[in-house]
Design a protein around this ligand. Structure first.
Ligand code: HEC
Length: 118
């Protein structure tokens, strides 16, 4: 719980309380980095190389998934994805159905900025 105290121009003191849960609910204000850390890095690793070698793809590889277009990747992140012969599927929205379209765009931007081979 967070308490806010506001003193207005007229000197009237107003205090109000907000439940932490309400603040945390504002998911779409999270940065791409936070969204990645909370929803993706458990499988894809902090370094984007994949936490399970041979099962999760290596984002830093030149022929890896980041060679695909934004349109394709946004669809695969949003709806989930399983390639042929894969041992594990990518869960829709990394399993967090509270992520919005804007969150998906932000997290993809973060992944491209940090892991895409230059
Ligand atoms: C439970 C593990 C898991 C989580 C959590 C997870 N992924 Fe994945 N992801 C995978 C696996 C496994 C694949 C490879 C699927 C395949 O090729 O069959 C994959 C593939 C991908 C791809 C490549 C898709 C393609 O077209 O080749 C992207 C991009 C991606 N994940 C992004 C994300 C993002 C963003 C998040 C967080 C919102 C996330 N993943 C969370 C397991 C996970």
């Amino acid at each position: 719980m967070k308490q806010f105290i506001v003193i207005t121009a007229m000197g009237i003191t107003i205090s109000f309380t907000v439940f932490a849960g309400v603040i945390a609910f504002a998911d779409s204000s999270d940065s791409g980095k936070e969204i990645y850390a909370e929803n993706c890095s458990a499988c894809h690793g902090d370094d984007g190389k994949g936490a399970f070698p041979g099962i999760t793809p290596d984002f830093t590889s030149k022929k890896g998934p980041l060679s695909k277009s934004d349109k394709v990747l946004i669809k695969h992140i949003t709806d989930g994805y399983e390639s042929e012969g894969s041992q594990m599927e990518m869960p829709a929205l990394g399993g967090n159905d509270e992520l919005t379209d804007a969150d998906v765009k932000k997290v993809l931007e973060y992944i491209r900025d940090n892991f895409q081979p230059k």
